[in-house]
Ligand binder design. Structure first.
Ligand code: 475
Length: 818
């Protein structure tokens, strides 16, 4: 059921687009113009399917999931769209014949980086799977003018550069001003009685903006389905609104203009962290209100009874960021649709489901009631009433137990607790890996689990093989298809059929040859973008993910420093050459990037170790270069402090591309090892139970390790003796201190880096021993691919559909098919 592709027609379409858009011929156009023209030609293919899909949904009046998320980390669209339309190779050929290089064209597209990391990329993978599986779905988010900042490394420091991703225009989006909605902020609530004596509430003296949606197509793989990601832009209500102007309300007109300009200006670049900024709450309410208004309007086109809204719509809340959904839906159902509290509550509590993505305390959203009620006066009243009723319930269930109220109330201590709101009003609460869900049930959300056990469930994360294997690693994708056919593209469990080849030496050689080609490709990328020469025959040991203390890039670089000391002391040490590759964006002010870069500088320029050790920090890690990095990795560093990484998804992308995991028993690592077997990964370090026990006991004593382990001591001294920063020996004193000394409320070595150091070094040794056994390594790497089937987001989505969303699959027919 593929797209019927006419090569000549496509070539003509590209040439026509260049003419219409730029008045240029193919040989006159620059690369960006070619990218735009090709994208419009691809969009043309998408359009018929997009129309047909939406017609089908309307006709069949389907039940729909709305994935509500502040972040969609989509990456590039062109390549992915061609892949999912199953015309990638055809178009490559057509462009070849026009003298155009598809890789170069794809490289012209800026990443759509409307997200920070795991949570945002998961949303993007989910959209891909929903479309591919044929489920009616919308993504709803914000059209940030500036996405995740671009990272430059200068002098070892991270510099944040604004990401003006819309500068050249976004060829795939469509503006839909006819579906705009007003969103109101501030003012006060006036209460009056209507003719029937019922209380009515209206917001007055507010400031408002117009939310204008842009639709982005989400193409399903080979099935004609095209779903929609709606990203909302803000426009002023009426530029210099004549009415306000006449009334002399010049001030209000300017305020509204500014509100519109500010609200969607920039993505907050915080991963696993809550900043509590007023503008952030404005962003949340802005896209939530607009999205619900659109869903309700759509519902009313084909349904008359708003009391049955939950039969057609389910809202999945991607962490607590869109949790104001709960109260906004109540508001619209009561104030606009005329339902009473009980009726509105019945609908709302059957509509909303919540996913938790982190147990990091600093990520918990708690809004001061002063701010919340000032910005959203009517919504706040509703939250208060939800809280009042829930606290009544608690008092009945746990008489005299003030502790329950303290921990579980939605409003407590002057704060609105968003997770509590999501759990109280949602019908489903899920974690993102088995271990994570267990920790939620037994620790973080224990009281809620006891009260509402039926709401809790696990949905282990997944990734889309279409982007992270088929597009990102074409050599391996073709090899796999050659061995087992292409069913794996839409059913990743088929990869298990590769198991019969893992002992076949010819297959092993082919497989390792592909890995080598991918390492060459990455080496070239690193040379071109970072100016560092790396040896493609060395072990590529990779840690790419957001920089965060709990992810422990510090453990990794301290170990590199240790290895370097070993090699200096013992030049004949019989270990393979290694390249340690880092890629990460940091929250501003975090010093580890500087340490990594300084260590790289010293090691890479030391002739004494003869290139046996290299360290590379890949600048501006993002979805597009991630695809190249995963394909080239030998070792996947997944070394978070046990219990802290909810799931991880990079770990799955490495596995799918044949890297061995070197990791802790954290997040989805646990399930990865379960699938691939303990012999094909290396696990080390404290378990989550041990970490939690130490934490409850107030920590451990890192000084003991410092005093007894000479290697650790040496490495730590090198942090403060200028070894890695001649011009300022004090540069890394903070890091040194954080590992050894308590500081106010902060425990020394909060993330157990020294505690796990020896085990980590041993794990590396073990990994290198495996690597020396060429056949054994090839077998393990192949087994990682063969056992990755579980980690498709297709599997995850089927579980969400079965347990939470209850959607039906839809078939879409398009006339131009084969
Ligand atoms: C986890 N982001 C990964 C991934 O489930 C997990 C929080 C607050 C404010 C802004 N962003 C955040 C996250 O919490 C986040 O990205 N969490 C991640 O979600 C998908 O695989 O372990 O850290």
């Amino acid at each position: 059921m593929g797209v019927k592709f006419d090569k000549d027609e496509f070539k003509k379409s590209v040439a026509d687009n260049l003419k219409v858009l730029y008045r240029k011929t193919v040989d006159e156009a620059d690369k960006q113009q070619i990218f735009q023209a090709v994208s419009y030609s691809v969009k043309d293919i998408i359009m018929d399917r997009w129309l047909a899909t939406q017609k089908t949904y309307e006709k069949e009046d389907v039940r729909t999931v709305v994935y509500m998320s502040m972040e969609f980390l989509m990456g590039r669209a062109l390549g992915n769209n061609m892949i999912n339309l199953t015309v990638y190779k055809d178009i490559k050929e057509a462009l070849d014949e026009m003298g155009l290089d598809l890789n170069v064209i794809e490289d012209q597209e800026p990443d759509a980086a409307l997200g920070n990391g795991g949570l945002g990329r998961l949303a993007a993978c989910f959209l891909d799977s929903l479309a591919t599986l044929g489920y009616p779905a919308y993504g709803c988010g914000i059209r940030y003018r500036y996405g995740m900042f671009k990272q430059q490394i200068k002098d070892g420091y991270q510099i944040e550069v604004p990401d003006n991703w819309l500068k050249d225009g976004n060829p795939f989006e469509i503006k839909r001003p006819e579906y705009s909605y007003e969103v109101k902020f501030g003012g006060y609530v006036r209460c009056y009685k209507d003719e029937d004596g019922r209380d009515k509430f209206v917001q007055e003296d507010y400031r408002s903006v117009i939310a204008v949606p842009y639709d982005m197509p989400v193409v399903g793989y080979g099935n004609n389905v095209v779903n929609t990601l709606i990203i909302w832009d803000a426009e002023p209500v009426n530029t210099f609104n004549l009415e306000s102007f006449n009334k002399g309300d010049y001030h209000k007109a300017i305020e509204q203009e500014n509100l519109a300009k500010n609200i969607v200006e920039v993505l907050y670049p915080n991963d696993n962290h809550y900043a509590g900024k007023e503008l952030r709450l404005k962003q949340q309410y802005f896209f939530v209100s607009a999205s619900i208004q659109r869903a309700i309007a759509k519902y009313k086109k084909t349904n008359s009874d708003i009391r049955k809204f939950h039969e057609k719509y389910v809202f999945q809340l991607n962490d607590t960021h869109p949790t104001v959904t709960v109260a906004e839906l109540m508001r619209i159902l009561m104030d606009e649709e005329g339902l009473n509290w009980e009726e509105a509550w019945e609908v709302t509590t059957h509509c909303c489901a919540y996913t938790n993505h982190t147990i990091m305390a600093e990520a918990l959203e708690k809004w001061p009631i002063e701010l919340f009620s000032r910005l959203l006066p009517r919504v706040y009243q509703i939250v208060e009433e939800i809280n009042r009723r829930f606290v009544e319930e608690l008092k009945v269930k746990y008489p005299g137990n003030q502790d329950k109220i303290r921990k579980m109330a939605v409003i407590y201590d002057g704060q609105v607790k968003m997770a509590n709101l999501a759990i109280v009003a949602g019908f489903s609460v899920n974690g993102v890996a088995k271990l994570h869900t267990e920790i939620l049930e037994k620790q973080e959300l224990k009281d809620f689990y006891e009260m509402f056990p039926e709401k809790f469930n696990n949905k282990t994360n997944g990734i889309t093989q279409r982007r992270f294997l088929l597009h990102g690693n074409p050599l391996l994708a073709d090899w796999i298809t050659g061995k087992i056919g292409d069913d794996w593209i839409t059913d990743l469990s088929h990869l298990s059929r590769l198991k019969v080849y893992v002992d076949d030496e010819k297959c092993q050689r082919e497989f390792m040859q592909i890995k080598y080609q991918n390492k060459l490709r990455l080496a070239k990328y690193i040379k071109e973008n970072n100016g560092v020469e790396v040896d493609p025959r060395s072990v590529f040991d990779v840690q790419v993910k957001r920089l965060h203390e709990y992810k422990r890039q510090l453990l990794n670089i301290l170990h590199v420093m240790y290895l370097y000391n070993q090699l200096k002391a013992n030049p004949d040490l019989d270990i393979p050459a290694q390249t340690f590759i880092f890629g990460a964006k940091a929250a501003a002010g975090y010093k580890i990037a500087k340490l990594i870069n300084n260590v790289a500088d010293v090691i890479n320029n030391d002739p004494a170790i003869k290139g046996r050790l290299k360290v590379v920090f890949i600048e501006n890690y993002r979805v597009s270069n991630a695809e190249i990095i995963f394909a080239a990795a030998d070792v996947s560093e997944q070394i978070s402090t046990a219990s802290k990484e909810a799931s991880g998804t990079g770990n799955m992308k490495f596995m799918l591309n044949g890297a061995l995991t070197l990791g802790t028993m954290d997040g989805a690592n646990v399930e990865i090892v379960q699938e691939v077997g303990e012999d094909n990964a290396v696990i080390f370090g404290l378990t989550s139970d041990e970490v939690i026990r130490y934490e409850n006991e107030g920590g451990y004593d890192p000084m003991e390790i410092f005093n007894n382990d000479q290697d650790v001591r040496t490495v730590l001294m090198q942090l403060i003796n200028g070894e890695y920063c001649r011009e300022n020996p004090e540069m890394f004193r903070d890091i040194y201190n954080s590992l050894l000394h308590n500081d106010g409320g902060r425990r020394a070595d909060t993330y157990f880096i020294l505690k796990d150091f020896r085990a980590y070094a041993d794990a590396h040794r073990k990994m290198l021993d495996k690597y020396k056994d060429e056949k054994g390594w090839a077998k393990s790497a192949m087994l990682n691919v063969a056992c990755a089937g579980k980690f498709s987001s297709d599997r995850t989505i089927e579980e969400y559909v079965r347990d939470i969303w209850k959607l039906d699959k839809v078939k879409v027919e398009v006339s131009d098919e084969d």
